[in-house]
Design a protein around this ligand. Structure first.
Ligand SMILES: [Zn+2]
Length: 87
């Protein structure tokens, strides 16, 4: 009896969430250009707004930028350490 009740609740929750998912459109911002898009079939490259933004984020072009940013942070930390050797 307990098992039947639990599965009944689970299926109720599942159906309810599915219905909500159909009614509510999740909005999010494209990680690349920050443009607001909807999490729907309209944007097959979500969370990116377009294939271009997806390629920019995943591609070598962006990868080089990340590397430059990362190395500059390390350079800052290293140079600060070298400036204060007595601490
Ligand atoms: Zn975008």
């Amino acid at each position: 009896m307990n098992t039947a009740t639990k599965s009944g609740i689970l299926s109720f929750l599942y159906n309810n969430f599915s219905a909500n998912a159909c009614l509510m459109v999740t909005k999010l911002n494209c990680p690349t250009c920050k443009k607001e898009i909807e999490y729907t079939e309209e944007y097959p490259f979500r969370p990116f707004c377009s294939e271009r933004c997806k390629l920019i984020d995943l591609g070598e072009w962006a990868d080089e930028q990340h590397k430059i940013k990362g190395s500059s942070i390390y350079d800052d930390i290293l140079s600060k350490d070298l400036e204060d050797p007595d601490l």
